[in-house]
Ligand binder design. Structure first.
Ligand code: ARG
Length: 461
């Protein structure tokens, strides 16, 4: 019976090798074994409880499923050639173990609702695990922000020095983007928490099954309303891959900064040896490969998203084999993003910041220009006029080579009082508005971030 396929009744010939090579998904969907077993146990228990199967049959199917489960856990589960996917493999094994009762497992069920069930169970668990990793990275950023104290660096717009900002402010800026990612993961989990089991191939069944019972056994929050939708909906996969792509993108933006910060030209940070790589030819090199791959792999996870959206876009109801293409992009995006989150968190945790270099860069007189203009505004000058005046002083400083601070000190509207703004570290102290880059707002923000993270923790399943 091992070489018989599940649908063999109607067929006079075995499937061609080329068909199996092209259509089999066992190579990757084996990863769903735990979830397929869980779905099948719930289904078999429901069949027993609702009287579709005698309780003894239900019991022996469940026992066989548990045996298959322990074979998977022990690595001893044996596949045969006709196992085209994880679902057929497990059903085949259950039938071997439980005999005639095993052959009743698929009663009132199709692989179409089965695979959707397994994938939702998988996604629920795995997206929660990714959310935990995101929260760990936030924790690292928050910790490093605390350690940074009052250290500051240039803030940039257009990658040109703009205004000084606290290093803690910069690190927490990234933390905030990851709080939104964790929020999106938890939202995606809540939306996908719907059992499709009981939809059958597409239209339900004539047997007195109980979809609600199966849903509750599986711990889903809801049960499907429409069987066609239940088996053809992969919105949850697309959404999961989108959220993962967004995380990949945030890691990539951080990665780009770390590549810059660890160059000799910037010199803002150096990586620990453990989190850097060398060159096979250039003995002096220490490269930020983790940061570069965070950038590079973003392309790949964005590709998984666009590719899968293209797979979905033309599909008529209900199940089409195209939907089998849901798994690899999801698995790959999870793997890449999870590893990226871990690697970047470790890299940031172990890196050294060169505060002196950062602060010297931030103390450039140009970064104080806005404060000089605001100093004038505070004394009644319209901002546009103050902006033009300081702009002229900057231009004069550039053409004459006289320090901007000296020009300010000599200016009738400004004078020595305004020139004190150029003392190192003064400008950042003055960034005191709501959510701003200075120390006063930093304390408020620190508490706000912790409040948001604690609320996210509470929503983890
Ligand atoms: N391996 C298939 C998948 O991942 C299982 C469903 C097959 N269903 C079917 N009607 N051929 O989508």
């Amino acid at each position: 019976m091992n070489d018989k396929h599940l649908w063999h009744g109607r067929f006079g010939q075995a499937p061609a090798e080329s068909l199996m090579a092209y259509t089999a998904s066992i190579g990757f969907d084996v990863r769903l074994w735990r979830d397929d077993v869980a779905g099948s146990i719930a289904h078999a228990q429901m069949l027993g409880a609702s009287g579709v199967l005698p309780q003894v049959d239900s019991d022996s199917i469940v026992a066989a499923l548990r045996q298959a489960e322990s074979e998977f856990a022990a690595g001893t589960f044996r596949f045969v050639e006709s196992d085209e996917d994880i679902h057929t493999a497990i059903e085949r094994r259950v039938t071997e173990i439980a005999g005639a009762a095993g052959a009743k497992l698929h009663t009132g069920r199709s692989r179409n609702d089965q695979v959707a069930t397994a994938l939702r169970l998988f996604a629920k668990r795995e997206l929660a695990a990714t959310a935990r990793r995101v929260l760990s990275l936030i924790d690292v950023l928050d910790r490093r922000a605390d350690e940074a104290g009052d250290a500051y660096l240039p803030g940039y717009t257009h990658l040109q020095r703009a205004q000084p900002v606290l290093l803690s402010h910069h690190l927490r800026a990234h933390a905030w983007s990851f709080t939104r990612d964790a929020d999106r993961l938890l939202d995606a989990i809540a939306r996908l928490d719907v059992s499709p089991l009981g939809a059958g191939a597409l239209a339900g069944t004539s047997l007195p099954t109980n979809a609600r019972d199966a849903q509750l056994r599986l711990g889903f929050a809801e049960v499907f309303a429409n069987s066609l939708d239940a088996v053809s909906d992969r919105d949850f996969v697309a959404e999961a891959i989108f959220v993962l792509a967004m995380i990949g993108l945030h890691l990539s933006r951080m990665g780009e900064e770390w590549v810059l910060w660890t160059t000799e030209e910037f010199g803002f940070a150096s990586l620990s040896d453990e989190h850097a790589t060398g060159s096979s030819m250039l003995p002096q090199k220490k490269n930020a490969d983790i940061a570069e791959l965070a950038r590079g792999k973003a392309g790949r996870v964005i590709g998984n998203l666009t590719g899968f959206l293209a797979t979905l876009k033309g599909l008529p109801l209900a199940y089409n084999r195209d939907l089998q293409e849901d798994k690899e992009p999801l698995f790959d995006s999870l793997d890449q993003v999870n590893r990226g989150l871990d690697a970047i968190a470790d890299m940031v945790a172990a890196a050294t910041f060169h505060i002196d270099v950062m602060q010297r860069a931030a103390d450039s007189p140009a970064a104080v220009a806005t404060d000089v203009a605001e100093w004038l505004v505070a004394r009644g000058m319209p901002f546009r006029q103050a902006h033009a005046k300081v702009g002229e002083l900057v231009a004069r400083s550039l053409t004459t080579g006289v320090a901007l601070a000296d020009l300010v000190r000599a200016d009738a509207d400004l004078g020595p009082d305004a020139a004190t703004l150029f003392a190192p570290g003064v400008a950042v102290q003055r960034r005191s508005s709501h959510g701003a880059a200075g120390p006063k707002a930093a304390g408020v923000q620190r508490e706000e971030l912790r409040r948001v993270v604690a609320a996210l923790q509470l929503r983890l399943p």
